[in-house]
Design a protein around this ligand. Structure first.
Ligand code: PMP
Length: 324
């Protein structure tokens, strides 16, 4: 779908996948005016295809757009864009196991203009790709790397927006994580360097031995994960007390050491829920790579995926049907 200052949103179309033509002076190539979303379409046992909370992704794309001075795509147009793409060839949505169709909506400023200014011409696209199960051969706790050298976002920055630039900033610390045998990097807040923010691509939860659960509050510099919001609801449905608050990294490290914290997990669209076994940094390591996934972690993972795949009632109205 195209957008111009004069015409607003126009020319919605589904077309064959292929290269884009951009002028070398295109704004996105110089100033990073790009925002995106990530969501999935799931095939249910009866063959129908559904997406999980696409309205929430649409609303988040609008918030990202506001932060990057891009135009807001109406949420109904966002949901319709996904429906049209999936309907163009619903055979692409895999069935079986934990496979799904990953959908990647994104928006770029594409006018030819080298001055720094809000977008005047914009293009919005959705591309899709079948995705197999995130964990092949069973769910195994992952190790994560505490970044003390780099922050992902600072106060007043773009941390709460889903824009490409945030991920450019996290590539180097993410590489450090890989180099140290970890799946993802954990970021602390830029101001104090003490408070837990999020992983490179997931939000985090700490489950206490007493069943109380804590997750970092929306600080303004973390991404408001749609899985995070859903997990908070599902934990409450199971009777857990969930608090969104500041979490000092020392509380996490000491809590795992003392056993006060019984389980740690991360959540996001790609992996749904992933147990965290080990947290390590330059001079420490806590947790165990051999400990299995925690009970609460696995229960919530099942609650969430059962809803997504239509194996449990959609009691919160989170699913939107995409096929006719
Ligand atoms: N934080 C970051 C930085 C992410 O990239 C993602 C993935 N979109 C998340 C959290 C999780 O968000 P969601 O549950 O909406 O996928």
């Amino acid at each position: 779908i195209d957008w111009t200052v004069d015409q607003g949103w126009h020319d919605a179309r589904v077309q064959a996948y292929g290269p884009l033509t951009l002028s070398p002076a295109s704004a996105v190539l110089h100033y990073g005016q790009e925002i995106f979303e990530g969501l999935k379409a799931f095939r249910h046992a009866d063959g129908s295809v559904w997406s999980f909370r696409p309205d929430a992704n649409g609303a988040r794309l609008q918030r990202s757009a506001r932060r990057l001075a891009l135009p807001e795509l109406p949420v109904d147009l966002f949901v319709e864009s996904i429906r049209q793409l999936v309907r163009a060839d619903a055979a692409w949505v895999p069935s079986g196991g934990e496979s799904s169709l990953y959908l990647r909506p994104f928006m770029i400023a594409n006018e030819d203009f080298l001055g720094v200014r809000p977008a005047q011409r914009v293009a919005y696209y959705v591309i899709a790709s079948p995705a197999g199960a995130y964990f092949k051969g069973g769910i195994k706790p992952v190790s994560i790397w505490l970044s003390r050298d780099y922050a992902r976002a600072g106060r007043g920055g773009t941390g709460a927006a889903k824009c490409g630039g945030n991920y450019a900033a996290s590539l180097l610390p993410q590489k450090q994580a890989y180099d140290n045998g970890c799946a993802q990097v954990l970021f602390l807040d830029a101001e104090s360097g003490r408070h837990v923010e999020e992983l490179g691509g997931m939000n985090v939860f700490l489950v206490g031995r007493d069943g109380r659960v804590a997750t970092p509050e929306l600080s303004g510099s973390i991404l408001e994960g749609i899985t995070r919001a859903s997990v908070i609801q599902l934990l409450r449905d199971r009777g857990h007390e969930v608090v969104e608050r500041r979490i000092d990294i020392a509380e996490w490290i000491d809590g795992v050491r003392s056993g006060e914290i019984a389980e740690v997990f991360a959540c996001g669209t790609a992996a749904s829920i992933s147990p965290i076994g080990v947290l390590k940094g330059h001079d420490f390591s806590v947790g165990s790579a051999d400990a299995g996934a925690g009970e609460v972690t696995m229960a919530i993972r099942k609650d969430l995926t059962d809803i997504q795949y239509g194996r449990a009632p959609d009691r919160h109205g989170w699913l939107t049907r995409l096929t006719a």
